[in-house]
Design a protein around this ligand. Sequence first.
Ligand code: NDP
Length: 429
Amino acid sequence: MKTSRISGFYRKPVEERKELILDMMELNGGERSAFFPTEPLELEIADHMVENVVGTFPLPLGVGLNFLINDKEYAVPMAIEEASVIASASHIAKIVRDAGGFKASSGERLMIGQIQVVGCPDFEEAKAAVLNEKSELIEICNDAYPSLIQRGGGVRDLDVRILNEHEDSDYSKMLIVHIYADTCDAMGANMINTMAEAAAPRVELLTKGKVYLRILSNYAVKSLARATCIIPPSLLKTGDFDGEAVRDGVIHAYEFAASDPFRAVTHNKGIMNGIDPVVIATGNDWRAVEAGAHAYAARSGQYSSMSVWSKDEAGNLVGELELPMSIGTVGGATRVHPMAQMALKMLDIKSASELAQVIVSVGLAQNLGALKALATDGIQKGHMALHARSVAVAAGATGELIEIIAEKMIETKEIRSGKAKELVEEYTL
Ligand code: NDP
């Protein structure tokens, strides 16, 4: 793949942008013509995906540029309705690539399944019984999904927790069996649920209790992905702000989020601004990723910043983001949605681990984009310029008029629908 640093991309017409992406991917004739689906999602496919279908709901799909992650170039597909997110991610990715790019990693990817058992006559005895039969239970789980074993995946471990042992209510006392499975390149929800359901009857026998829930946990703490970047202050200089001032502003902003949940929620929403669009574009379950990410941000007992920003001995700005990433490159909607298939091709991703690493890198870029703006000119300057276009479109502007009206509103500092409607009328008279 050629470089993902394509200057002036945003100024080109859409068709030319598509050509540039195809050039970047170095596709040949046949692959080129089939790359962008002519129909984003046919009604017939949609009708098989969910219930009561009456239509489809398109979102803009943009490309995050300039991403260099572990020395590999990425054009990142991002499906999102919010203006300025893709521009900001691409801007920061350019700075980070000049600093050597993002370094990302992920360890073993294990998804977690939970089996809830209540009413055990003796919870400690029940726990011991389950642990004694660990190998047999793992085998039952694996037998329920033989194709996963053939791919080299399967249940790797199992453990047991007792909850509310000393409480009076029989409703709250319970034993929870956790199964940890390598689901290869699948997110694994259905796989895990199948395995948990298969093991449940044996668990009931062993514990002498009653099994209720058998379900995946979206708190995917054994499927973490990390991204880091190290940026010299010279690359952070912005307008009248020198690089050290920007760096210090970013660290102050981080410390605010680290200590205050009111700020942390918005700080983390900014991170998810980068993460969700990639998760959505690749057909993954963004509710699962959102739920896991926010829970991980509260793992200390207090909801806090998902990212960490600091200064190293050389004075560089150091950013880190580690999050649970329950995503896949196969299965679920990725398998059937033509846009998701295209997004995965655009990323040229080889595995779910690689996708997870790209996603956290984009989240980290997005976070720095917001913090850098907040620590310098404020978020509105860049945001309102892009927002003005949406307001112009909503007021009925089309074609070249969108830009003209957006610029006019910015100039007069009146970015509101009333003004946009006035201008549309004025220009279309
Ligand atoms: P699937 O049920 O689609 O399973 C993935 C399938 O991909 C497997 O059956 C396997 O088919 C196939 N496959 C092909 N290549 C590979 C590979 N390299 N590695 C692994 N599998 C491969 O999807 P998931 O189990 O991943 O479940 C994800 C879906 O579940 C999402 O749509 C999600 O929204 C939904 N869900 C989420 C829940 C939650 O988050 N709590 C709960 C329930 C559902 P085969 O082995 O047959 O060849």
